[in-house]
Ligand binder design. Structure first.
Ligand code: BGC
Length: 758
């Protein structure tokens, strides 16, 4: 299976690494030497070839059939392609790699990239849902499993994690994100990079990760995908960039830039972002891949005259690889020959690409990921079990009155109603990689698996949600007219002790290009819910969705609400674990749920404004027709038990930059069941050289307590936690007073304060 280029063998044989006194580890020096020596053999055409990425849009295991694929195949044979995306399977990746290894002059192996966003075959919760677990170990684990399953199918590079701060529920891609908070997203970014890449990229079960989209994509104006982003430097540095810095420090192999323009400059052509900050200030040595066609899209932005000009702007700005844009392959050579782009810039890009390929071990064995033996060793059953556990950890209990949950023993008949009740596809979610259509355990199946024979389960569809073809690209048709299932559902509800309503969004209602101006229950779902409520008020509403929904009516009327996102392969079983008390819910919202869509973008860490409140006039920052607060705030989630927070104690009320403060708070489980609480620490800088948020998450701990047990929970506050990008454009803390806030969500917090003395 191993095929090594004779040229490279010769080359590597000649590497005699002298032991020199240096802080650079020898493994790194080795890679650098290898990269340089390969680079020195390359023609300009071959270098530019490495900067080209193709979509594998033809059957690679057969002869190329159309002009476009024949052309691409020729370029592969000539060693003029650096990587491919969407080539999926041991056979297909092997064939593509063979085209390069058996025909090209230098035999530089390809990388194979794919959007493995929340699992490859075993599907985990969509990222927004999984982040609700706040369980970093679990999130690292699911990435590790996704890496293993990808690697076993020939894929050695995922375009994940997506770490765009996302505060607008209208934006469809919020489902791919970790929500609205910078600190939480940074932690998830590191966990995901560790999960995908392991400790060593050359481990054949590790794959390269991608931090995307660099940067600002989540701030698309009005939540409309691909839209303009107006973000100032302060917001960029304090809110948007930190997760990327965390990923870079964790060694993420690649970064993807983004479609949006940022304050007048498309991110793909943004030199300050890519070359100055990421590669310069942060000293990151991986490579930047463009987003799909984002280089030529600069023509539409009105930023480039033509493809060649777009290529010039992008490469100078630091975009190293052109994903299906065709700009580099058509224009870069000429640009170098004309002296418009220096060959050093090309060399830098190629060096970065080769570096990742070396680290992945591809030069050692280009077929290491196209290995059928790996696939036979993948423990898919074990992965399902883990997927179930992570799924139930991701569920958020939003409301629980009338003791409806966990379902009581005297409930002998349950009506399971709604378009998502027996839907085996929606839980797989969008960006599903190789997660099969209709392969999830539906809620109905999960419930039937959980209840004994003495409980009658009656299912009624009620209404359909989406109709027609459902896929990544197909526009979704929402049913707004067909009420033919209402009567049966109402009849089922009438005779049931308990109704479980399964409502929310279709799998393809959120995701790329799926922005919406309405975020209520789509189609006839709200109407159905109200009709059922009219005949039976014992309703548990189970929501499955990829974005925060507007559910004010339900919050007021429905006694129990469970947020179950799109939880993946084991969805129904995981939800049933929570409904029937096998798992005590512990998830907390990673994003605010609004009272009305007009509040969007909505997030807890807002600025105070100059007019936060006025008791006797309307001229303050609020709405006249709705409260300004979230319906369910960031960090919120209930348990079947209750937690009481005592008063917090600070080890000192003064701190110096070299010192630290210990803050401790007693948390007691005051209910009857063991439970897990996410204890959250927020800080507020009261006066600073720029305005600062009213609070910012700075730490959290998952704490399990037995009934009656009190845990003394401690956090250490140090100077680094107080730093921000300030008026002098530097990360620093500033002396003065800080508030410390601790609690079980971002709204209900115990307070203390201390002073930082410089
Ligand atoms: C998306 C990226 C994705 C790429 C490749 C683009 O449309 O914005 O997130 O990785 O396609 O599929």
């Amino acid at each position: 299976m191993k095929k090594i280029s004779p040229i490279l063998l010769f080359l590597f044989g000649s590497f005699i690494i002298q032991a020199q006194e240096s802080t650079i580890p020898s493994s790194v020096k080795n890679v650098e030497k290898k990269v340089d020596s390969v680079l020195s053999l390359m023609t300009l055409e071959e270098k530019v070839g490495q900067m080209v990425q193709y979509n594998g849009s033809w059957d690679l295991t057969g002869p190329a059939s159309n002009v476009d694929s024949k052309y691409k195949e020729e370029r592969l044979k000539n060693g003029l392609v650096g990587s491919m995306l969407n080539v999926l399977s041991v056979e297909a990746t092997q064939e593509a790699q063979k085209l390069v290894m058996e025909n090209s002059r230098l035999k530089i192996p390809l990388m194979f990239g794919y959007d493995v966003i929340h699992g490859y075959k075993t599907m985990f919760p969509v990222p927004l849902g999984e982040t609700a677990s706040w369980d970093l170990e679990a999130m690292e684990k699911s990435a590790r499993i996704a890496a293993l399953e990808s690697a076993a199918h020939g894929v050695n590079w995922t375009f994940s994690p997506m770490i765009d701060i996302s505060r607008d529920a209208r934006w469809g891609r919020i489902m791919e994100s970790s929500g609205e908070d910078t600190y939480l997203t940074s932690k998830v970014a590191v966990a995901k990079v560790k999960g995908y890449q392991g400790n060593d990229l050359s481990d054949p079960q590790s794959i390269a990760a991608t931090a995307k989209h660099f940067a600002g994509y989540g701030f698309a104006e009005a939540g409309r995908d691909y839209n303009t982003v107006h973000v100032g430097e302060n917001e960029l540095h304090n809110t948007i960039l930190p997760p990327f810095k965390a990923a870079a420090e964790a060694g993420v192999a690649t970064v993807m830039n983004s479609f949006n323009d940022l304050d007048g400059t498309p991110a793909t052509g943004h030199k300050i972002l890519q070359r100055d900050i990421l590669k310069g200030d942060w000293n990151w040595d991986g490579f930047i891949v463009s987003d799909w066609g984002s280089i030529p899209e600069m023509i539409y932005h009105g930023f480039a005259r033509d493809k060649k000009h777009a290529g010039e702007i992008a490469v100078k700005a630091g975009s190293d690889m052109d994903m299906e844009g065709g700009a580099y392959e058509s224009g870069l050579i000429e640009l170098v020959e004309e002296g418009k782009v220096s060959e050093e810039i090309i060399d830098d890009a190629v060096r970065r690409i080769l570096r990742v390929k070396f680290k992945l071990g591809l030069f050692e064995d280009p077929y290491r990921y196209s290995n059928p033996d790996l696939l036979s060793q993948v423990p898919f059953d074990e992965h399902r079990e883990i997927a179930r556990d992570i799924a139930r950890k991701s569920i958020v209990l939003l409301k629980n009155e009338k003791d409806l949950l966990p379902v009581q023993n005297d409930v002998k008949s349950i009506a399971v109603i709604g378009p998502l009740a027996n839907d085996k596809d929606t839980p797989i979610g969008n960006w599903r990689a190789q997660g099969e259509t209709n392969s999830a355990v539906s809620l109905l199946e999960g419930i039937k698996n959980a209840v004994g024979d003495d409980v009658k389960v009656n299912y009624a569809l009620g209404t359909t949600l989406g109709q027609g073809e459902r896929s990544f690209l197909a526009p979704l048709e929402i049913n707004t007219t067909d009420r033919s299932g209402f009567a049966e559902a109402i009849a089922a509800a009438k005779k049931a002790d308990l109704v479980i309503m399964a409502l929310g969004e279709d799998a393809f209602q959120s995701g790329e290009g799926r922005s919406q101006v309405n975020i209520g229950l789509a189609g006839l779902q709200q109407e159905l819910l109200e009709e059922i409520y009219a005949v039976n008020k014992n309703i548990v509403l189970v929501l499955q969705n990829g974005r925060p929904l507007e559910i004010s009516w339900s919050a007021e009327n429905i006694p129990a609400i469970v947020e179950a996102w799109q939880l993946g392969t084991e969805s129904g079983n995981a939800i049933a674990d929570v409904l029937f008390g096998k798992y005590n819910p512990s998830g907390k919202l990673p994003v605010s749920f609004p009272r009305a869509v007009g509040q969007e973008p909505l997030y807890y860490n807002q600025k105070n404004t100059g007019r936060p409140y006025s008791p006797d006039s309307v001229t303050y920052s609020a709405y006249t027709d709705e409260e300004k607060t979230a319906l369910y705030p960031f960090g919120y989630g209930l348990s079947y038990t209750t937690f009481e927070y005592g008063d917090l104690k600070l080890s000192s009320e003064e701190m110096t930059p070299e010192g630290s403060i210990q803050v401790t708070i007693p948390v007691t489980n005051t209910g009857k069941m063991a439970g897990k609480e996410v204890v959250q620490l927020y800080l507020r800088d009261l006066v600073a050289s720029t305005t600062r948020p009213v609070k910012e998450l700075k730490g959290f701990q998952l704490v399990t307590l037995a009934p009656g047990e009190t845990g003394e929970i401690s956090f250490k506050i140090d100077e680094e936690m107080l730093q921000f990008y300030n008026a002098n454009k530097e990360w620093a803390s500033e002396e003065g007073e800080f508030e410390v806030l601790i609690g079980g969500n971002s709204r209900d917090l115990k307070k203390g304060s201390f002073t930082l003395n410089e």
